[in-house]
Design a protein around this ligand. Sequence first.
Ligand SMILES: C[S@@+](CC[C@H](N)C(=O)[O-])C[C@H]1O[C@@H](n2cnc3c(N)ncnc32)[C@H](O)[C@@H]1O
Length: 372
Amino acid sequence: MAPTQAALYDDLAGDLHLSWSETELPERERTKHVHRLHPYLGKFVPQLVEALLVRYVKPGGRVLDPFAGSGTTLVQGLESGYDSVGIDIAAFNCLLMRVKTSEYDPFRLESDVRSALARRGRSSVRPTGFVGRWFAPDAAAELLHFRSLLEDYEHADVLRVVLARAARSARLTTHFDLDFPRTPQRESYWCHKHRRTCTPVQEADKFLRRYLVDTLDRLKTFGRVRSRGRRAEILHGDATEVTLDGAFDAILTSPPYPGLIDYHEQHRYAYEILGLDDRRERELGPAAAGTSRRAIESYVAGISTVFRRGSERLADGAPVLVVVNDRRNLYPEILERSSLRLVDRLERHVNRRTGRRAGEYFESILVCVRET
Ligand SMILES: C[S@@+](CC[C@H](N)C(=O)[O-])C[C@H]1O[C@@H](n2cnc3c(N)ncnc32)[C@H](O)[C@@H]1O
């Protein structure tokens, strides 16, 4: 059972307790319902969003996440009774957010998913390009067949996310390099993760089957816990220039870090298979740009513009909550350039137990308001 909010978030002095152990906040809670519809590197946990919303944002308010990623703020907002607007430059992230936050008629959704399940098969089209290189022949034939069905369905976007997830699992990669594989792995190999010889996946069908059922289940579960009448709006664009309408009661976000993750590249297979619009040149702080002085300057300028534009839309006294691991101490300048004043700084100890990036680190939550 989920721990109660007060027990999880408040310490005895009434301060926020945000450094949860695995026992306090087990993986199945961090990845509950739609939060695990598709892997995404670099997200924060919904419980952190929940604690910050409840503590800092007026109940029922409207929240902006200008770097919305996989949609954690939006999904938790819907669960906690907030409206939200999420911006992201990456088309796949926007697709994923739309699928997570849309409202569904569970019967119509189930009927589409069951029909797609029943129509799985193999395409006779010869795979070329990315699909030809990154998938074994059987896997490619199964994925291409599934893709050819998409347009027949009202819930095509849900099926697109399932297709992307199955493609990710069926790529010719080693088990220990799923995030950014460089070259297709066609032969058996010594697997550091499993400490034995492993063979690359040959089929996609078992993933399509498993993820169709899992996705339906997760969407239905979320449908039962989301607040009625609340909405999440998704804007696909560059947060330094996208048009914002209306007022906000908070900004809550975790910005990209400089030189760490290429957000388009991590879902390359999805862009290739789904034919999505690639705008990677507009990412702020991509790993590909490195951490030269010029790259950092352009990162600081971009992030400051986003906060300045967002905070101009804030109601008086509304908070800007930034979850960040500011190793390079860039935030004093970013806040100054955005006309934001730091009013509190919470530290959070994160201890990742699983995955290749396991390890511990600290991150801060900067609580800011607009300078008057
Ligand atoms: C740290 S991630 C946010 C993760 C999010 N908190 C979650 O839980 O999924 C940062 C996001 O910023 C997005 N991003 C990078 N540059 C952007 C830009 N210029 N405009 C809008 N979004 C951008 C990336 O695509 C990425 O999804």
